[in-house]
Design a protein around this ligand. Sequence first.
Ligand code: MTE
Ligand code: MO
Length: 258
Amino acid sequence: MKSKKLKKPLTIEQKINRRTFISFGTFTVLSGAAYAGWSWLKNSPKETPTVTAGAKAPLRRALNKTELAFRRVFNNNNLVKTYPKERAAKVVRYNSRIGLHDKPDVPNWRLQVNKPSGEVMSITLDEIRSLPKTELVFDFKCVEGWDQISYWGGVKFSDFISHFKLDDQAKLDYVGMATPDKKYYVGIDMPSAMHPQTLLAYEMNGKPLIPKHGQPLRLIIPVKYGIKNLKCIGSMVFSNRRPPDYWAEQGYDYYSGL
Ligand SMILES: Nc1nc2c(c(=O)[nH]1)N[C@H]1C(S)=C(S)[C@@H](COP(=O)(O)O)O[C@H]1N2
Ligand SMILES: [Mo]
């Protein structure tokens, strides 16, 4: 009979060495994986810089997929729910006033429309007020969690486009709008801008807008969250590239659809 070869028990010192070896090995492998993951992210392409201040594309993939899904089901004939005027708030909430001034220079205010050709149109408030007026009472929703039924009056964006013969511009993918001082700005996909309930509003509760609600002219776009409803429009651009957007640059969803 062969004698069994006995395994010599490990000394304490050998045991410690072995454990050290295993944990060091594990650490090396894990940190290698972490480094590989990090450098993959670091070397992955950035999104369009103006969209998210250069966030890495993979980090935004899920959000952008959601946007594409939303855009596919978007239909200009789907109207946002409206309410009778009596339901509208008398004391209207206001939220955040980036780019607003206590006393906007209304007499000298002009809407500057920048055409891709380089031509700049300068439109007065009277010209805008002379177009057919559309009124809208809807539930205004802010991403911060509040909503309120409010009552607005102004010109439909699509009426504005056809009156000022901007139809070719409206064939582009986006319209961008900014306050006169350019401190707050939004980018809107054209189908949402051309939605029949999107207004360039100059009235709230039947009276001219007051400064904190965007005097003299603001965007009311019920298919989007409040963040896109720019108060006090100073200028407008048309483009196939996403115009800069204040909150998208802070990481919010560029589309911000409802
Ligand atoms: N110029 C400008 N427009 C703006 C904002 C702003 O800070 N500055 N805030 C937006 C946000 S977050 C919301 S919810 C609505 C609020 O509109 P209201 O103050 O008329 O209720 O305006 C939007 N438009
Ligand atoms: Mo908001």
